[in-house]
Design a binder for this molecule. Structure first.
Ligand code: ZN
Ligand code: ZN
Ligand code: FE
Length: 768
């Protein structure tokens, strides 16, 4: 008698995570006859078995999936007949099978070295002892080595490495941990390390030794990582750190620090349970956490902020390096200033020649640029600041399915783009600042790679309204008007937060950030919106001030402060107020005053970010910003040192043009008085944060009263501020509202492309 036949289909991130050998193991254990294969992006299992046995199979899959699989859906349907078969087989992918048209094949991001591999790495008896490229089905490179889907070795950067007999045995054995681990390798058949520098050349273990020697001597090493080159130096060596800053032209922006393990991380920073879990997760992001006083890091590692960015090794090579150095290492993107991170050996040798004293290369090509991700532990979970290696290109859901494929080209700073199709969106990895030809070329390369992999042909192109963004220019040049959708910057911010949290429209949206192109000829950035996924209405905003010199005022918070004091929308104190900035050159003050009075090169901005800048300058915390958001980062750090509960500064809401307007000038004037009275800077900085929280809660409460909408989506770069992110939700809850924050989608401009995609899809659907 033959048992009935069934087709079990599993949807989600199920390829490249060891799913087929896992099914093989369970099915064999249950003594089922059948076969498992990858079909499009799914895993399909055909079995002949009584229904109870099939139920046992699906229950196990659902309750106990392989560690890195994400299961969206399991469906079971009876099959008419099945060829008689004894035993359980694993079938290989049919080469070039079409990718599911409705969404994206669940292509996993790169995964950090697993515990089993790590044990082998340091086991002298193992044939992969100290081999820097070991991996298995539970770990290793994925997104950074793929040429084409389906994900099989011959369509990856590993195609050129022929498996040795021992590796081939593991690769073909369904019972082995390395069964179809596409990138597997060993010292006999896989990639190897190459050192170039002084001495001229060394290979394999010798190459590693040279790199360690160089680092020990305070040198800077360019290391070929998973998704790009990284620059490495001894984090405890002040001279090395200073040299890296000079050569990389990065005066103060914090450097990330890699530490060998959780214990070492705990010795450097105050880590919550959430921070530690985030740090140890397979994505291995850089986690921002308060540094412990007296840590062993050189002072130049994170100047001006108490937050240190720490991360754990994600690859065997990093484990080997950390173990040999036995001290924390600065590990930062392999680029100069804001250039795209180098991924190509020749390009790296050229662009990093003046930065690195030596190169630790290897011969496994990098197919796609994935910078290290950055996250902040918050309220028991992680919130991404920069989403790249380990997270991208894992798809995120769309609240309204994209009936026509959407390419959303994002903003300018912290650039990302998004592909949306069906009910999924794929946010490309963080690509830095989109402001020159190199950055545009990197954008094109990543976009083309992901479009090719997913056979994605955009029909709609969504873009920002800012005419000066290169992303906007790209959209205008490459899509005809009827296929373009322009999305207001802050609408995109709040839609991204709402969509990630599956919020039903309408919702209130708070978007606090640096600058975004408004719809009235001014820059926005302190917005309260009543929004849906198709449109929005502005309900409130921050008061405006001139930005003397435009960009120059963004780079120089002191100028921004003068802008508020000389010519804010509402007067910010009297003439004496400016005296608090008398450390500034008298000539600069005169020039700025004239610019403001004559309205020469003084674009108007009603922005929370600019107000944070002005406050930082008035408090003497930061006059010049060497990187975007530096003044706010420093202000938060100072505020965090305040003792006792923060007292809000005076503030008021006015009305103008039918909007509630937060009069930032009044708060600034009060700060000036307080500084003059000698009140402690830390308390004032904390008080300013509290003020913004109170203002927001009051505006939102009024908006809820007027509209009946009580869900508030908080977004924009200012929500990366840990104090605001921690204080706003409870303040809103206390006012009877409920707050949502982004987690996987960054609150900053890295999340804008996803918001654009969501809005474009909803508008397209609304048009029918
Ligand atoms: Zn592994
Ligand atoms: Zn081998
Ligand atoms: Fe923004």
């Amino acid at each position: 008698m033959t048992a009935p036949a069934w087709l079990v289909r599993v949807r989600g991130t199920v390829q490249g995570v060891g799913f087929r050998p896992y099914v093989h193991r369970i099915a064999t254990g249950l003594r089922l006859d059948g076969v498992v294969r990858n079909v499009d992006g799914d895993v399909c299992i055909e079995v002949s078995a009584p229904s109870a046995a099939v139920a046992a199979l699906t229950r196990t899959i659902r309750e106990n999936p392989p560690p890195h699989a994400v299961i969206d859906e399991i469906s079971v349907r009876p099959l008419g007949c099945l060829p008689a078969r004894t035993g359980f087989a694993v079938e290989l992918s049919a080469g070039g099978a079409p990718v599911a048209a409705r969404g994206f094949a669940g292509l996993p991001p790169d995964l950090a070295t697993c515990d089993d591999c790590l044990r082998e790495l340091f086991d002298p008896a193992d044939r992969r002892y100290r081999y820097p490229f070991l991996n298995c089905t539970a770990c290793g490179p994925r997104a950074t080595i793929i040429d084409e889907l389906p994900y099989d070795r011959e369509r990856t950067a590993m195609a050129g490495f022929t498996l040795c007999p021992a590796c081939a045995r593991e690769y073909h054995d369904p019972a082995d941990r390395r069964f179809h681990a596409e990138p597997i390798a060993c010292p006999a058949c896989g990639p190897r390390l190459v050192w170039t520098g002084d001495p001229a050349e060394a290979y394999a273990e010798d190459a590693l030794t040279e790199a360690v020697t160089a680092l020990t001597r305070g040198r800077i090493v360019a290391l070929k990582g998973l998704g790009g080159y990284q620059l490495v130096c001894d984090a405890t060596d002040a001279a090395a750190v200073a040299a890296l800053r000079t050569r990389k032209r990065r005066p103060r922006k914090p450097f990330a620090v890699m530490v060998a393990g959780a214990a070492a991380a705990g010795g450097l920073a105050e880590l919550t349970g959430a921070d530690a879990a985030l740090m140890a997760s397979p994505a291995r992001p850089i986690v921002l956490a308060p540094a412990l006083p007296g840590d062993e890091l050189a002072a130049g590692v994170h100047p001006g902020t108490r937050l240190a960015g720490l991360f754990l090794p994600a690859t065997p090579l990093h484990h080997l390096l950390l173990r040999a150095m036995a001290r924390p290492l600065v590990v930062t993107s392999g680029n100069v200033s804001d250039e795209p991170i180098a991924i190509d050996d020749r390009q790296a040798r050229r662009s990093l020649a003046a930065v690195a004293d030596g190169f630790l290369h290897h011969d496994r090509p990098i197919r796609a640029r994935y910078d290290d991700s950055v996250a902040r532990g918050a309220g028991g979970r992680g919130r991404l600041v920069r989403r790249a290696r380990g997270y991208a290109p894992r798809p995120v859901p769309m609240p309204v399915p994209a009936r026509r494929p959407v390419l959303a080209v994002g903003a300018q700073l912290k650039h990302t783009f998004t592909l949306a199709r069906g009910d999924l969106a794929l946010i490309g990895p963080h690509g830095g600042s989109l402001d020159d030809a190199d950055a545009l070329a990197a954008f094109a390369a990543t976009r083309e790679q992901l479009c090719r992999l997913h056979r994605f042909v955009p029909e709609i192109v969504a873009h920002d309204r800012h005419p000066g963004y290169l992303s906007t220019a790209y959209a205008l040049e490459n899509a005809p008007a009827e296929r373009r959708i322009a999305v207001q910057h802050h609408h995109a911010h709040v839609a991204a937060c709402a969509a990630e949290n599956a919020v039903e429209a309408p919702f209130l949206g708070v978007a606090y950030d640096g600058l975004g192109w408004g719809e009235d000829g001014t820059f926005w950035g302190g917005e309260l919106l009543l929004a849906s996924y198709t449109g929005f209405r502005r309900l409130g905003r921050f008061s405006r001030a001139p930005m003397p010199g435009g960009e120059a005022a963004v780079r120089r918070p002191a100028r921004m402060a003068l802008g508020y004091l000389y010519g804010g929308e509402f007067p910010a104190g009297d003439e004496r107020a400016v005296d608090v900035l008398d450390r500034l050159d008298a000539r600069e003050r005169r020039v700025v005053r004239r610019m403001v009075e004559r309205r020469v090169n003084c674009p108007q901005a009603g922005s929370a970010g600019r107000l944070f800048d002005a406050v930082a300058a008035v408090l003497g915390v930061c006059d010049d910003a060497s990187y975007e958001g530096e003044a706010a980062v420093m202000l938060e750090s100072v505020a965090a040192t305040a003792t006792g509960p923060a007292t809000p500064l005076p503030w008021r809401l006015r009305t103008a043009g039918g909007l509630w307007v937060y009069d930032g000038g009044m708060t600034l004037a009060a700060l000036v008085e307080a500084v003059r009275a000698g009140e402690p800077v830390a308390a004032l900085a904390a008080g300013f944060h509290r003020t913004v929280v109170d203002v927001t809660a009051e505006m939102c409460a009024r908006a809820a009263e007027r509209t009946g909408v009580t869900v508030v989506c908080l977004s924009g770069g200012c929500l990366q501020n840990g104090l605001l992110a921690a204080q706003l939700p409870p303040a809103l809850e206390a006012a009877g509202l409920s707050a949502r924050l982004g987690a996987e989608v960054p609150a900053g401009d890295g999340g804008v492309s996803y918001g654009q995609a969501v809005i474009a899809a909803a508008r397209t659907a609304a048009e029918g």
